[in-house]
Ligand binder design. Structure first.
Ligand code: ZN
Ligand code: ZN
Length: 186
C-alpha cells in the first residue's frame, strides 16, 4: 500500500520569500541565510518543525531549522509554510533581536502581524500534526471501541481516552489499555 509521494518542496526559495515578505530580509543579510534549512529523515515525528542553535561536537556553529518530512509531506502546502514561518520567527527572535524567549511577547507580536498581513497560511503557537499511518511503526488499537491511532514508538500504559471518558468517568482504567501491533502486521 504505497502513497503517491509528491517530491518535497525545496525550502530555500520558501525561506527567501517569507524572509522578504515578513522579516524585512533580516534573516539573510547580503542574501546569505543566518540559519540552515533541511527536511528531517523519517524520525522527527514529535513536532512538525524545530529551530535550534548550539555547537556541533567539532566545535563549529549549529543553527538550523528542521522540518518533519513524515508529518508535513502528506499535508497541504500551507502546513509547510506555517511551520517554516513559525521556526523563522524563533530564528528572528534569537539571531536578529538577540532575545532569549520562546513563545514570548516578541514571538507572538510577529506571529499576529504575519497572520493579519496575508490569508494564505496561519502561524500557530503549536504545530503538532497527526502522524500518518504510512510513517508509523506501530498501530495502537482500543480493544473496546476499536479506535486506531498511529505511533512511532510503543508506549506503555496508554488507555483510550474516549472509552475512559465514556465508561470510567474520565479516569484511566486498565480495561481501556491500547494494544500495540507492529504496523507491518496490521
Ligand atoms: Zn515554537
Ligand atoms: Zn476506546
Amino acid at each position: 500500500m504505497r502513497r503517491l509521494a509528491v517530491p518535497l518542496e525545496p525550502l530555500l526559495p520558501l525561506f527567501h520569500r517569507l524572509n522578504r515578505e515578513h522579516f524585512d530580509g533580516t534573516l539573510a543579510p547580503d542574501g546569505r541565510p543566518l540559519v540552515a534549512l533541511r527536511w528531517s529523515d523519517g524520525r522527527l515525528t514529535r513536532t512538525a518543525g524545530l529551530y535550534r542553535r548550539g555547537w556541533r561536537a567539532d566545535g563549529s556553529d549549529l543553527c538550523e531549522i528542521v522540518l518533519s518530512r513524515p508529518l508535513l509531506e502528506p499535508l497541504p502546502r500551507e502546513a509547510t509554510l506555517s511551520t517554516l514561518c513559525h521556526e523563522m520567527i524563533h530564528a528572528w527572535v534569537d539571531r536578529v533581536l538577540e532575545e532569549r524567549e520562546v513563545h514570548g511577547p516578541r514571538f507572538r507580536g510577529r506571529m499576529e502581524a504575519i497572520n493579519r498581513s496575508q490569508p494564505g497560511f496561519k502561524v500557530e503557537l503549536r504545530h503538532r500534526y497527526p502522524l500518518p499511518r504510512e510513517a508509523a511503526r506501530w498501530i495502537a488499537r482500543c480493544p473496546r471501541c476499536a479506535h486506531e491511532a498511529a505511533y512511532q514508538r510503543r508506549r506503555r500504559g496508554l488507555a483510550c481516552r474516549r472509552c475512559c471518558e465514556r465508561f470510567h468517568g474520565g479516569r484511566w482504567d486498565p480495561s481501556c489499555l491500547l494494544v500495540f501491533e507492529p504496523r507491518s502486521a496490521a
